[in-house]
Design a binder for this molecule. Structure first.
Ligand code: CNA
Length: 340
């Protein structure tokens, strides 16, 4: 990961200059699964991500449902399937549900970058599509974070809305949902059984995350209505395919003159109208002044903080970071010229 090449567009230089000279004052961030990948949590759409590694034959489902999941892996996180069969979702998500409860994964440099934007008084709002709770492991005030797709930190009945204490829910998952990733797991049952709501008795209890086909939380609409009528000077988009709406549509809620800066492993956003201009340092006739930094999120963030002279500001957050990010930061610090 550390040796990954970084590719940038020329408009990045003007964005960096404007952050440095104080003309960029209000930044909105939008993140996705890619920012948590260095911590060890796979995303959905990359090779090796949840969709490509899905094995419907291991899941508790009828043959038709298995065939549908093979053809369309997104079905495993879709309301259409969950409302008739809760097992595929819970079986696939079992380690993620139990792991986040134990804080098994730690923040990456991308999470710390959002924290730095807050520390410097630049963060208007942080919209995260992630459900892993890593955004809440640092010190960004909760009201600045919008969990666009909910969070694994809470559980509720999808049918009647009754909330479930997290520990109780995790105990149910551990004892009632089979472990498709490790058949020798002695704590897990060999067959899955329903987790029923104590109030309506439907087998619909799940983490309070948003399945495809369900509405986003009211806080998403409220925050977006507050943020986007106002001047936002920069939108930073990190680690997302921008394939899931309405979250991806946020990139078009800022004013025409507001640049959008994408930090991502692969090229994204062109379908949403982002205009990165030519990949060259010679041309500067760009329409939107959007910019992209292509590479692993830890490395693209290091690129940004070095350009901004903020590298040392990450040191206080090193103890919160995942091992990959700690070593990426150490490498970058070791490359600094010594001051003597
Ligand atoms: P996605 O569609 O899987 O896209 C991820 C994007 O991140 C892709 O464009 C990748 O190229 C990019 N990417 C992958 N690895 C890296 C890396 N190391 N550095 C930089 N970029 C990288 O995921 P989205 O977030 O766009 O889709 C939204 C879904 C995914 C939301 O509903 C999430 O809840 C869901 N999700 C969340 C998590 C999590 O909470 N950590 C994990 C997996 C999926």
């Amino acid at each position: 990961m550390n040796s990954q090449a970084i590719v940038t567009t020329k408009s990045l230089q003007s964005i960096i200059a404007k952050i440095k000279d104080g003309s960029i004052k209000r930044i909105v961030t939008l993140t996705g699964a890619g920012v948590s990948v260095p911590s060890g949590i796979p995303d959905f759409r990359s090779p090796g991500g949840m969709y490509s590694s899905l094995r419907p034959e291991l899941l508790t489902a009828n043959e038709k449902q298995k065939r549908s999941m093979s053809a369309e892996p997104t079905l495993v996180v879709d309301w259409d399937l969950f409302r008739v069969n809760q097992f595929p979702y819970l079986e696939v998500r079992r380690p993620f549900i139990l792991g986040t409860a134990k804080q098994q994964w730690k923040v990456t440099l991308a999470h710390c970058f959002v924290q730095l934007l807050h520390d410097k008084g630049l963060l208007q709002r942080h919209y995260t599509q992630n459900i892993d709770g890593l955004d809440h492991q640092l010190n960004i005030p909760a009201e600045k974070i919008v969990n666009v797709h909910g969070s694994l930190a809470n559980a509720a009945c999808e049918a009647c809305g009754t909330e479930y204490p997290r520990e109780e829910f995790c105990f149910e998952v551990k004892t009632k949902i089979k472990n498709i990733y490790d058949e020798n797991d002695l704590e897990a049952p060999k067959e899955s059984s329903n987790i029923r709501c104590k109030k309506c008795h439907k087998p619909a209890v799940k983490p309070a995350t948003v399945l495809f086909g369900r509405n986003l939380p009211a806080t998403f609409h409220k925050s977006a209505a507050e943020d986007f009528p106002n001047q936002i000077d920069l939108m930073i988009v990190m680690g997302t395919s921008l394939a899931v709406f309405p979250a991806a549509g946020l990139v078009n809620r800022v004013y025409m003159e507001t640049p959008r800066l994408v930090l991502n492993l692969t090229m994204v956003g062109v379908d949403q109208g982002l205009d990165f201009g030519p990949f060259t340092y010679e041309e500067d006739d760009q329409v939107r002044n959007d910019a992209i930094v292509l590479g692993d999120s830890d490395q693209t963030v290091l690129h940004m903080v070095k350009e901004l002279n903020w590298l040392q500001d990450l040191i206080p957050y090193q103890s919160y970071m995942c091992p990959n990010s700690i070593s990426a930061l150490n490498d970058a610090l070791n490359e600094l010229p010594s001051s003597v």
